[in-house]
Design a protein around this ligand. Structure first.
Ligand code: ZN
Ligand code: ZN
Length: 247
């Protein structure tokens, strides 16, 4: 599905819709089980899987997350479709070789699987930012599939770090130990800190697959309170609409 870009603090932000559909396989559950305590209108969650391409005034590009990956990706057992990231990037006029930096919000298979395809880095000229805590707690299979093939392209950071002037990452743990978000002006790209709109109504609503639900809730409350205080905007990975004002 095609989504419109926005300009925030002089940076173009293109949503890239990698896939749309329900979860399948072992992780499929009714919405009330996935988000216990939330008020749900639907029984099933139809997720979008969004990556984002940021382009600053100098034309430098940052890709935030790399989606579910191809047909043989680790996400293929449960994702609704192979990832369309390559086609989406082409649609906005960016070749994989032109991506200057990749931020992996975390190493779940629907966010990191497009980074390495067929054992080869998909964005060969990009450094790939990961939080130290994410690398340190990653499963061997994930290290083998994503982190090790990237080799020296991996840039491990510990806490806040600048990606480009005006674009930075912040450690936002809970969903995973080393989850990070991206900040541009008053925009926060949330990754999986906020997964479903029921968590805007009540940020304490947990997600079944949060690694540390209490920590995840604390991070979510803090992120949304700050966004609300600055009349900000969030760009989520799994909402149907990429951008959501927080008021
Ligand atoms: Zn979408
Ligand atoms: Zn996740």
């Amino acid at each position: 599905m095609r989504h419109e870009p926005r300009i925030v603090a002089g940076v173009e932000v293109f949503p890239l819709c990698d896939a749309v559909g329900p979860m399948g396989g072992d992780v499929r559950r009714p919405l009330p089980e996935l988000f216990p305590g939330g008020v749900h209108e639907d029984a099933e969650w139809i997720l979008h899987f969004h990556c984002y391409l940021l382009r600053d005034a100098a034309g430098r590009t940052v890709l935030v997350d790399t989606g579910v990956g191809p047909e043989d990706s680790p996400a293929a057992s449960w994702a609704p479709a192979p990832g369309a990231l390559g086609a989406e990037l082409a649609r906005v006029g960016v070749a994989p070789e032109e991506v200057d930096a990749v931020v992996l919000t975390h190493l779940h298979s629907d966010h990191a699987s497009g980074a390495v395809v067929g054992g080869v880095p998909a964005f060969p000229n990009a450094r790939h930012l990961l939080q130290r805590a994410e690398v340190d707690t990653a499963a061997e299979a994930v290290l083998d599939h994503v982190v090790r093939p990237l080799g020296e392209r991996v840039q491990v950071v510990d806490g806040p770090a600048e990606v480009l002037p005006g674009i930075r990452v912040l450690h936002a743990p809970g969903h995973t130990p080393g989850h990070q978000v991206v900040r541009v002006g008053e925009l926060t790209l949330t990754g999986d800190v906020v997964l479903h709109p029921v968590q805007l109504a009540d940020p304490k609503v947990p997600y079944l697959y949060d690694a540390d639900p209490e920590q995840a809730a604390a991070t979510r409350v803090e992120l949304l309170e700050r966004a609300r205080a600055e009349n900000g905007l969030i760009a989520t990975a799994h909402f149907a609409e990429p951008f959501t004002p927080v008021r």
